[in-house]
Design a binder for this molecule. Structure first.
Ligand SMILES: NC(=O)c1ccc[n+]([C@@H]2O[C@H](COP(=O)([O-])OP(=O)(O)OC[C@H]3O[C@@H](n4cnc5c(N)ncnc54)[C@H](OP(=O)(O)O)[C@@H]3O)[C@@H](O)[C@H]2O)c1
Length: 323
């Protein structure tokens, strides 16, 4: 197979595209053949040495998601058959054209869903679904999503709207906010956020995809009994939270990670997601803008592009048009 590999930790000098033997399947895994692979900020953190690889993942092949066709099944894997199109999460090894995935950590990709969408959706969709579940998001809630223009932000906004919530996305510039609005997602800049939240009468919930001191602004914008889920600390791991404000609003601030969860926890998450997102996927109500597709050999450029500001949606690698 063709795989992106890391020969240690550092910058793009340790990144290669190489031929490797196909993954060996464990009992409950299936082998997925994929043309496209979604690139994630976590891949760059792993390259830098600041995101340790879980013990059950390939040590030197990054990648957290997969979308493609099942071509082989492990000895005790019964959920899928060769030929099924699936999309889901892996603990590593996703930046390759053949990926081993636990059979329970996959969703069925609807027949009409384009190949790029099958690769672009899984990580963003499952992260957004999980965040909204933790926030107990329901019809009528006002939900802010900070970091709206990335893959997770856009997927979360679509799921929240489908649940009947009102969404306010937050982005870094007026230009990106305008592009998000063209997707029929209400949005504002960080500077406009406090006033917009006040005009809405306060927020029920915030999906915080940047973290750092923004959490203070989130808390200030919450209504009584509001909730915040911190999904990322890309903007910094520290925040001085005024505990008196938190107490007065009886607010809850939660944190979450997906990658390090146990197989059993991920299986439960996928079982619930299958029930609750299946209909939205089948009726094509969820779509992920693809910001840019890079030939797999240009993975270093893809990392640099992902790390820069102003993207709209996902960055993909193409393993068919690899060089
Ligand atoms: N906890 C988990 O299990 C989990 C799962 C999936 C993803 N994540 C994390 O969630 C975040 C969103 O994921 P994604 O796939 O949507 O990433 P993405 O496509 O790279 O989008 C990141 C978003 O955050 C904004 N952003 C990043 N750093 C920022 C900063 N320092 N200041 C202001 N804005 C900043 C970006 O704005 P610009 O475009 O202007 O840079 C963009 O809106 C990532 O940090 C990712 O690592 C966590």
């Amino acid at each position: 197979m063709l795989a992106v590999t890391f020969s240690g930790t550092g910058g793009n000098e340790i990144v290669r595209l190489e031929e490797r033997p196909d993954p060996t399947l464990s009992d409950f895994e299936v082998l997925v053949e994929a043309r496209y692979a979604g690139v994630n900020p976590a891949d760059i953190l792993q390259r830098n040495g600041s995101y340790p690889v879980p013990a059950n993942a390939p040590a030197d092949i990054p990648g957290l998601e997969v979308g493609g066709k099942v071509i082989a099944c492990g000895r005790r894997a019964t959920r899928w058959r060769p030929g099924d199109r699936v999309m889901g999460l892996v603990s590593g090894g996703g930046l390759a054209d053949r990926v081993a995935a636990h059979e329970d950590h996959l969703l069925l990709a609807p027949a009409g869903l384009e190949e790029q969408q099958v690769a672009a959706l899984p990580e963003a969709l499952i992260t957004g679904y999980d965040a909204l579940t933790q926030l107990s998001c329901q019809m009528g809630d006002i939900v802010a999503i900070r970091g709206i223009n990335g893959g997770v932000g856009l997927a979360t906004a679509q799921i929240a709207k489908a649940l009947g919530a009102r969404v306010l996305g937050i982005g870094r510039s007026t230009a990106i906010v305008e592009r998000v609005r063209q997707l029929r997602i209400d949005a504002c800049t960080h500077e406009e956020f406090a006033e917009r939240a006040q005009d809405l009468g306060g927020l029920d919930a915030v999906v915080e995809l940047i973290g750092g001191e923004f959490v203070r602004d989130d808390l200030a914008a919450l209504r009584l009994l509001g909730r915040i889920v911190v999904v990322s600390v890309a903007g910094g791991p520290q925040c001085a939270v005024p505990l008196n404000v938190m107490m007065g609003k009886r607010a809850r601030i939660m944190g979450t990670v997906l990658r390090s969860r146990s197989d059993a926890e991920k299986s439960t998450l996928f079982a619930n997601a299958r029930k609750q997102l299946g209909g939205l996927l089948d009726t094509q109500q969820l779509a992920m803008p693809v910001d840019r597709v890079f030939p797999a050999a240009r993975v270093a450029d893809a990392f640099d592009h992902l790390a820069g500001p102003g993207k709209l949606g996902k960055v993909l690698l193409d393993f068919h048009n690899a060089s």
